[in-house]
Design a protein around this ligand. Structure first.
Ligand code: HEM
Length: 340
């Protein structure tokens, strides 16, 4: 009897307790699901089309950062920069570089290199000092390596990325960026040395007009006519000032990008990026012609920049006015020749 009573009380008590527990739990569960629903709604609204439309339109939001423009998640003017850089400047730049390479190749095969008209005499004329040569080759090294790393940053994703394992590509592009950042200021210092050392002999004069009118004696009916020139001819002066002007522009726009801690806004960075790229492309194309003439386009032209001396025949034919100025200097007399 006692056992039966116990069983009955248990069978009544258990559902009662369950009912009580549920009745206490129900409101909190209901609250939780309401909270979850409202959070979900909030999330949906946050990621909703309206919000994103505003973000995409450049709408400023709220942030605790005090830096200008930090509240703007998407910069609409940045889209214009992106289009100008990726859709215009990058392909046109590639075309310009390719075009310059095609032109020097044609110049070599169609016009042919500029040969000396008379045989070399063997008498050496001092042209470039050890300091000049060190400056030239350091400048050439910094310029060429900056050009390669810069081109890798712009075009690498089209040509290298697809063919390299991603770790290798990552290492290359990281190294290119770091190298470019640190070599840029060194290029600028060398450029200033080139400006201080060679500006005087690079000032244009009347002789250069004649030189340009005869196209440097390099093409067409003027080929081999050897127009008069002083230490530098019109073409060398032009390439020198191209280097100075666009070199300064490329260096300053590079500094704006290299040191973004002087309050530059995104607009300033975008503009600097476009100016930097355009001036670098102009320099690269210009120096394709300079390098072509130095290496292949002119017989005996490279000797001066390698050894410091040029042959008398080369001096007479390409820089006659300078030759007459310096031919009687003691350093240019065969017996006084000393190694520099
Ligand atoms: C392989 C690459 C290069 C070669 C073979 C080369 C060759 C030469 C040669 C032979 C000269 C002397 C011309 C003369 O005696 O009249 C010269 C001058 C010069 N080079 Fe280069 N060069 C190269 C790269 C560069 C680069 C990359 C730059 C600058 C970014 C540069 C800037 C200059 C300047 C400013 C002069 C002096 C022009 C003058 O006033 O006469 N060169 N180069």
């Amino acid at each position: 009897m006692l056992k039966q009573l116990k069983r009955l009380s248990l069978s009544l008590l258990l559902p009662l307790m369950a009912a009580l527990t549920l009745s206490f739990a129900m409101p909190s569960m209901a609250n939780e699901s309401a909270a979850a629903k409202s959070a979900e709604k909030e999330m949906t609204q946050l990621a909703g089309a309206d919000i994103w439309r505003e973000v995409r339109a450049g709408q400023e939001g709220y942030t605790t950062s005090q830096w200008p423009e930090h509240g703007v998640l998407i910069s609409t003017a940045g889209e214009t920069w992106f289009v100008l850089k990726e859709k215009w400047m990058s392909p046109l730049g590639a075309l310009a570089i390719f075009g310059s390479l095609v032109m020097v190749t044609l110049a070599y095969f169609v016009v042919g290199p500029l040969k000396l008209s008379k045989p070399k005499t063997g008498r050496k004329i001092k042209r470039w000092s050890r300091m000049d040569r060190a400056l030239h080759w350091s400048m050439a090294f910094s310029f060429l390596t900056l050009a390669f790393s810069g081109l890798c940053l712009v075009y690498g994703k089209h040509f290298l990325k697809p063919i390299l394992p991603s770790e290798i590509w990552g290492m290359i592009i990281y190294a290119a960026k770091q190298y470019h950042n640190y070599m840029g200021p060194i290029f600028f210092i060398l450029l200033m040395c080139v400006l201080l050392k060679w500006w005087r002999k690079s000032i244009f004069n009347k002789t250069d007009i004649q030189w340009f009118m005869k196209m440097g004696g390099m093409v067409g009916k003027h080929k081999g006519s050897h127009p008069s020139a002083g230490f530098s001819n019109g073409g060398e002066k032009a390439i020198y000032w191209l280097l100075i002007v666009f070199g300064i522009v490329v260096a300053f726009s590079g500094f704006v990008l290299d040191f973004p801690m002087f309050g530059q806004l995104r607009r300033d960075m975008e503009l600097s990026n476009l100016v930097h790229m355009l001036s670098a492309l102009i320099l690269i194309c210009g120096f394709i012609f300079h390098i072509y003439i130095g290496l292949f386009g002119m017989e005996a032209g490279l000797d001066g920049m390698v050894t410091g001396d040029v042959d008398e025949t080369w001096a007479k034919e390409h820089h006659d006015l300078w030759y007459h100025e310096v031919k009687d200097l003691p350093e240019n007399q065969p017996q006084d020749k000393k190694v520099d």
